[in-house]
Design a protein around this ligand. Structure first.
Ligand code: URA
Length: 217
């Protein structure tokens, strides 16, 4: 099998606007990418991980939620957003009526940072993995969860409390930021903000002339 090098998407992985990736090409490239991430030693975070945390969801999602970095539960289980924040995110997904084949969940950083303090240099090192995941998954909508995810996906966006709850465009994709679900657990005001923005995302997703809806592969 051909080896994929970090930072250099293979020629057969197209940009989001290009033709769908054939399923067998997708499977091979995804399996190789997962192997590389699991074996990655490119930044110090690898030293303390139990599991690299890569992805959960559809292999042809319309929408991908992008979090920051795994917490303790995610590190233990090797799956993104399965702790307290994940429960809040899952409730929102149910409320919006998203079907399993429509969405995916991942993080900027694949290994848990010590004390759950986000490490920007780790996000920069991990960025080629995120780029390759998105090139294979080809979502038309990205939902950055929190300030760090928004900064990475749309560096020109205003700060998260100004940007959350409405759609933007970036690099041929629609970007609909939300505050981080963990932030929504911190105060009543942020819980209400989360609820309002989730409702706005649900309404936006179900608008009749959604140009981002695409045929399943
Ligand atoms: N917070 C995140 O940003 N990602 C997770 O996977 C869990 C908590």
């Amino acid at each position: 099998m051909r080896s994929l090098t970090v930072g250099e998407p293979p020629a057969d992985v197209p940009s989001p606007s290009a033709a769908p990736v054939a399923r067998d090409v997708f499977r091979r490239a995804w399996t190789e990418l997962e192997r590389e991430i699991r074996e990655c030693t490119r930044c110090p975070l690898h030293a303390n991980r139990t599991n690299a945390v890569i992805y959960r969801g559809s292999d042809a999602p319309r929408l991908v939620f992008v979090g920051e970095a795994p917490g303790a539960t995610e590190d233990r289980e090797g799956v993104p957003f399965v702790g307290r924040s994940g429960k809040r995110l899952d409730s929102a997904i149910v409320e919006m009526g998203l079907r399993a084949e429509e969405f995916g969940v991942l993080n900027l950083v694949k290994c848990r940072p010590p004390r759950n303090v986000f490490v920007r240099s780790a996000a920069a090192t991990c960025a080629p993995y995120l780029d390759r995941q998105l090139a294979l998954l080809r979502p038309t909508i990205l939902v950055p969860l929190g300030a760090e995810a928004l900064r990475s996906l749309d560096p020109e966006a205003p700060r998260i409390l100004l940007a959350a709850g409405r759609p933007r465009r970036r690099d041929g994709r629609q970007v609909f930021p939300l505050i981080h679900p963990a932030a929504s657990l911190r105060s009543r005001a942020l819980a209400e903000r989360w609820q309002a923005d989730v409702r706005a995302l649900g309404v936006w997703l179900s608008r009749p002339s959604d140009p981002s809806a695409r045929e399943p592969l």
